[in-house]
Ligand binder design. Structure first.
Ligand SMILES: NC(=O)c1ccc[n+]([C@@H]2O[C@H](COP(=O)([O-])OP(=O)(O)OC[C@H]3O[C@@H](n4cnc5c(N)ncnc54)[C@H](OP(=O)(O)O)[C@@H]3O)[C@@H](O)[C@H]2O)c1
Length: 197
């Protein structure tokens, strides 16, 4: 049985030309220096309160490896004490009890394990996992934070989409930093392609 309000969100930040990282995986360009005078300010405490509403995270192994490097570099762990599922076929280090390595069918993980237990399930990348989540019809919502920069080449937001995915624009916010946050609901329905490969 699934949680009555369970919701799967894909969220990442990307350059205006649609890349989440450079080809070599680097994300140095995420720090931008734009200013949009008419934009909203993120109030202190808002991010903290918002993050509390997320019940669990799902990520690909390459995103996890980036997170491990960030933490090793002294930049902390972005996922708090929330359960964090890492998709991988490898034996990667588990640096905290909240991290679980998962190898298996993604639809099974989402529908049989996560939806019954959690309300707000967040896919936080990268492009391979986000692409699979959409291709399999598992996502309810896409949050796309566009940063004011073009990087020309890199890892795309969604890998290997093999068909159109219709969306409904539900929210737009522009921030003082020049970042624009788009929230789309995935139209059509999840059930349709869950068994597609
Ligand atoms: N800008 C942003 O907001 C943002 C957010 C997230 C990530 N990133 C960046 O994006 C890059 C990583 O993205 P990516 O697209 O290259 O990789 P990814 O999606 O993070 O990870 C892909 C890997 O996950 C494993 N995997 C995927 N689906 C699986 C499944 N169903 N079962 C088991 N394992 C599965 C496979 O690796 P194995 O070989 O381990 O099996 C696969 O190669 C990093 O550079 C990261 O910094 C940016």
């Amino acid at each position: 049985m699934r949680h009555p309000d369970s919701r799967v969100t894909i969220h990442m930040a990307a350059s205006l030309d649609g890349f989440i990282a450079r080809k070599d995986g680097s994300v140095d360009w995420l720090e931008t220096a734009d200013e949009f005078a008419a934009g909203e300010t993120i109030e202190p405490g808002f991010v903290e309160a918002f993050l509390k509403t997320i019940d669990c995270y799902v990520m690909g192994s390459r995103t996890y490896e980036t997170a491990l490097n960030f933490e090793a570099g002294g930049f902390g762990w972005s996922y708090g004490d929330k359960p964090t599922l890492v998709l991988t076929s490898r034996e990667l280090p588990r640096i905290r009890d909240t991290v679980e390595l998962y190898s298996g069918d993604l639809a099974h993980l989402v529908n049989e394990r996560l939806r019954p237990k959690y309300r707000n399930i967040w896919f936080v990348g990268g492009g391979v996992v986000s692409g699979e989540c959409l291709r399999r019809g598992l996502a309810d919502e896409v949050r796309y934070s566009i940063l004011p920069i073009l990087i020309g080449d890199g890892i795309p937001f969604f890998e290997r989409l093999d068909r159109d995915v219709a969306l409904h624009l539900a929210e737009v916010k522009a921030y003082k930093s020049g970042m624009v946050e788009l929230r789309y609901e995935v139209r059509g329905h999840r059930g349709q392609s869950q068994n597609a490969t």
